[in-house]
Design a protein around this ligand. Structure first.
Ligand code: UT7
Length: 436
């Protein structure tokens, strides 16, 4: 960890230790100490979309504020691969090795698979061998939900370092023949590293909400338990996103304002004390109507970058946070509110007292080399573990034998039993043998 971030180390005495000692444990805070983003290189403009569906640059810009989006262009680019890049960038900023992570949370609406969790693939690629990992499904509110989960674990003393990411390849689940949805979405990933700290601040409060009665407003109907994949569901395009845009719009403008008010009040902040709002980047009209008009938060305090990325669902807030930091809009001591909404229906907001230094620290060359070596070792370790698992399965008996020796013994015993059963009668002991 860099010198400038020394206060964001594991607090002592640790709350999760067995011996609390005589002193009351220091109060813990969940600070964001690292951040990173990654977007695919391929840019798809509104004019490009005019070639695919009946739309226009003018319509898209005026109704949404979107000018272009990034889209994955190779099968190797997946939700996990984008998340890995964003996560590595976040760990680099924090100067924390992946081996220190206690938990990896991946919020996503376009996971690598139904299961296993995309977070597990990220955990493996990073070499976060001490970390638990899970995916979080709360659609576009997922990243804010993830921050709330991470904060909870840190304040409870169950974790010291939690990596939270939002990652999407929505281009793979969007219907490119449906002009009402395909113009909205983009691909990308953003990640933050939260750490336990004794310095007051960090993630101060969270406000999460849901209303499942609106589950049909934004849905990917096919491929789950309700509508398992069949030839018919594929033919009727049930494996693509369906949306009632107007319904989502009305809901979004209401909850964005309500959630911002609620989370500010929980943190003891007035709306005037909020320095920066980073809203879910879905539609500039939603942001204007909720955060700016209803809450009267001035435009210069509201960060928007959807013109260049479109709606990247769970990734939109962390990508916007990274760009706000890069643009010098976030500085230590400021109060931030991150607020989002999405399918479910869900919504969530979090208030943050920003504490981490945002100026880039010069990093010595050997640190970059050490990081690269760490990821290569993680990759080699993963290959080795896969190979070892295959060899064990093929040669060493039941997987529940507790030790290698136990597995060998179980394997030998099984072989003996088969031999005893099948060996020729001439080799079986006769009753006469006993008499001798
Ligand atoms: O993360 C959450 C994700 N979802 C959202 O944030 C969605 C929230 N909703 C919205 O952003 C807006 O409702 C949309 C941008 C999706 C749609 O804007 P709208 O102002 O609500 O348009 P609309 O659906 O009422 O459609 C107006 C017209 C319709 O034509 P008619 O019936 O008036 O002749 C649509 O068929 O615009 C037409 N239209 C389009 N025209 C050109 C719909 N999509 C397009 C398009 N290009 N891409």
């Amino acid at each position: 960890m860099s010198d400038s971030q020394d206060s964001f180390v594991k607090t002592e005495p640790s709350l999760n230790g067995t011996d609390p000692g005589d002193l009351a444990p220091a109060r813990r805070y969940a600070q964001i100490i690292g951040w990173g983003m990654y977007v695919p290189e391929r840019v798809v403009t509104n004019v490009d979309l005019e070639q695919i569906v009946e739309t226009s640059d003018e319509w898209i810009r005026s109704r949404t504020g979107i000018g272009e989006r990034r889209i994955v262009s190779s099968p190797k680019e997946t939700t996990a691969s984008l998340a890995i890049r964003a996560s590595r960038a976040a760990l680099q900023v924090a100067d924390v090795p992946a081996s220190m992570l206690d938990m990896v949370i991946c919020a996503t609406s376009s996971p690598e698979y139904q299961f296993p969790a995309t977070a597990c693939l990220v955990q493996d690629a990073l070499g976060a061998h001490r970390a638990g990992a899970y995916d979080l499904s709360a659609a576009c509110s997922g990243f804010v939900y993830g921050l709330a989960m991470a904060r909870g674990m840190i304040l409870a003393g169950d974790a010291d370092y939690v990596l939270v990411m939002g990652s999407e390849t929505l281009s793979r689940i969007v219907d490119w023949t449906d002009r009402s949805t395909c113009i909205l979405f983009g691909d990308g990933a953003g990640a933050v590293l939260l750490a336990a700290s004794e310095e007051p601040g960090g993630v101060l409060s969270c406000a999460l909400g849901s209303d499942g009665s609106g589950s049909d407003l934004l849905i990917l109907p096919g491929g789950g338990s309700a509508i398992p994949t069949t030839l018919e569901t594929v033919a009727s395009r049930q494996h693509f996103v369906k949306m009632d845009g107007k319904g989502v719009f009305r809901f979004a403008t209401r909850v964005m304002a309500e959630a911002t008010r609620e989370v500010a009040a929980k943190a003891g902040l007035s709306l005037a004390e909020i320095d920066v709002v980073i809203p879910h980047q879905a539609n500039s009209r939603i942001i204007q109507s909720s955060v700016m008009r209803q809450l009267k938060i001035p435009e210069e305090k509201v960060f928007m970058n959807l013109e260049r990325y479109g709606n990247t669902s769970t990734a939109s807030i962390p990508i916007a946070l990274c760009e706000a930091i890069e643009a010098g809009k976030v500085t230590p001591g400021q109060n931030l509110v991150l607020v989002g909404f999405g399918a479910g229906l869900t919504w969530g907001a979090t208030a943050i007292k920003w504490c981490a230094p945002v100026t880039k620290q010069p990093s010595p060359w050997w640190k970059a080399a050490r990081r690269r070596a760490g990821y290569q070792i993680a990759s080699a370790r993963s290959v080795w573990r896969r190979a070892a698992r295959r060899v064990y399965a093929a040669t060493l008996g039941p997987a529940d034998a507790p030790t290698l020796r136990g597995r060998l013994r179980a394997s030998i015993d099984a072989g003996r039993a088969v031999w005893e059963e099948r060996k020729p009668d001439s080799l079986k002991p006769s009753p006469d043998d006993d008499e001798g």
